[in-house]
Design a protein around this ligand. Structure first.
Ligand code: SF4
Ligand code: SF4
Length: 439
């Protein structure tokens, strides 16, 4: 029997499903739209991550069912599973298990194949407007992990209390582990047995992730924890202050344009020119114009840094420029509704293998074993804000006994946000501005 749209949206909202690929956009809002196509994003384009590859094999049918649900309620013609050809086992399973109305789209191994706008262009040939989102061209994109949560919310009314996370890098045993949301990052990293005494942890991928503390916690958007030496390329890049990156850029950028030639947003026709922002940087120009406004179109993928022969960071300069424009109350002026892709875009795709080589992390590009036991600690600390929108509001108080899966914080009325649920059975021992603590 066909599912009613309102019922699906309500169940997904109740379950607190948000985009699991990193952005954390509330899924019930995204799937409320009408679309022509729905894409399950299985590109997993950040190097050395293994979470989505694991899920696409082990949770293949849940992904397909989640995709069918979203396709049907959004009245889309087709649902696509988009994944790299090199994920052979997953490609084979999707081809074998898919039903009519679901297509498998194989991607080349390039970075950033999983960027939503790049993916929409690859799969449908449509180009998202400048400063737009995929639904502007009739497309919904959901990460494969998100679709598993949609399937479980709709079929089993299961709320989001677990996250699959890759733990890799300088560790004895790279793993993919299913862990409770709110678990301490240091405890999850310890499962993979770090080989170093002093190290940094990057949450997310080596290209776009952030350095986190072991005291931080697993959230609905944590996809990977990467243990790296303090002098490794991805860590040194992050530890360099943006202001230092800006000064270096001023002294050594030779305007070779390599950064612009590979910029994935430039290649889909958006007016973003990393080499020009570097030139403008020479003159400390801070006004709003077509070059500085490109900072609002930058997705921070970091490919310009990887391509730069001088090791400079146009991404950091864009970030500083954007902060400066926002602080003055200025907004983006680049809003071309129908950009045209660059004629040689296909030839300029940056091989994923070369990203690994330039980051100097080839030795970590290894398989990860599934950690057989769910990691459920005795205490968790669950953030009210793990998503795009406003923080959720507590519906429990200190001293309450809660069960795993029970609602502990809800979306404020009329706002965009996500419900939160306890990930363990226990007692609420504290509530502060940011977290609910359960033991
Ligand atoms: S690639 Fe590097 S040196 Fe070349 S223009 Fe861009 S920032 Fe400057
Ligand atoms: S980080 Fe660099 S390559 Fe990526 S979108 Fe921004 S300017 Fe383009």
């Amino acid at each position: 029997m066909a599912l009613k749209k309102e019922e699906v949206v309500r169940k997904v909202r109740d379950a607190g499903v948000v985009g699991g690929g990193g952005a954390g956009f509330p899924t019930h809002v995204k799937i409320s739209a009408e679309a022509d196509f729905v894409i399950a994003n299985g590109a997993e384009c950040e190097p050395i991550l293994r979470t989505d590859q694991y899920l696409m094999v082990e949770k293949n049918s849940e992904i397909l069912r989640g995709l069918e649900i979203v396709r049907d309620i959004s009245s889309a013609q087709t649902g696509f599973v988009a994944l790299k050809s090199k994920y052979k086992k997953a490609v084979e399973l999707f081809r074998k298990n898919r039903k009519p109305g679901i297509e498998v789209f194989e991607l080349d191994s390039f970075y950033p194949a999983g960027d939503e706008q790049v993916l929409v262009c690859e799969v449908t040939g449509r180009v998202v407007p400048e400063a737009g989102i995929p639904i502007d061209v009739g497309v919904i994109v959901d990460n494969v992990g998100t679709l598993i949560n949609v399937c479980e919310a709709v079929e089993k009314r299961k709320s989001v209390t677990r996250k699959y996370v890759t733990v890799t890098g300088e560790v004895e045993k790279p793993i993919v582990v299913k862990c409770a949301i709110g678990a301490k990052i240091a405890d999850v990293v310890a499962l993979a047995k770090p080989k170093l005494e002093n190290y940094a942890i990057i949450s997310g991928g080596p290209m776009m992730g952030e350095i986190v503390s072991g005291d931080d916690v697993i959230t609905k958007t944590t996809g990977a924890l990467i243990v790296l030496p303090l002098d490794s390329n991805p860590v040194e890049r992050r530890l360099m202050k943006d202001t230092v990156a800006k000064r270096r850029a001023k002294s050594i950028c030779d305007q070779c344009m390599d950064c612009t030639l590979v910029c994935p947003r430039n290649l889909i026709g958006h007016r973003i020119y990393p080499h020009k922002i570097m030139r403008m940087n020479f003159f400390e120009t801070n006004e709003l114009n077509e070059i500085t406004s490109g900072s609002f179109l930058c997705v921070s993928c970091g490919l310009c840094e990887i391509a730069c022969p001088q090791g400079l960071s146009p991404r950091s300069v864009f970030k500083l420029v954007k902060e400066n424009l926002i602080s003055k109350g200025l907004k983006n002026i680049l809003t071309e509704p129908k950009p045209t892709t660059h004629p040689v875009r296909d030839l300029r795709k940056f091989p994923a293998e070369r990203v690994v080589q330039r980051l100097g992390i080839r030795k970590y590009d290894v398989p990860a074993q599934f950690y057989q036991r769910e990691f459920i600690p005795d205490k968790v600390k669950i953030p009210f804000l793990q998503h795009v929108g406003v923080p959720s509001q507590p519906v429990v108080k200190v001293g309450d006994e809660v069960k795993a899966g029970q609602l502990i914080a809800k979306i404020p009325d009329g706002k965009i946000g996500a419900n939160m649920h306890s990930s363990i059975d226990g007692t609420v021992v504290n509530i502060d501005e940011k977290f609910v603590y359960i033991e």
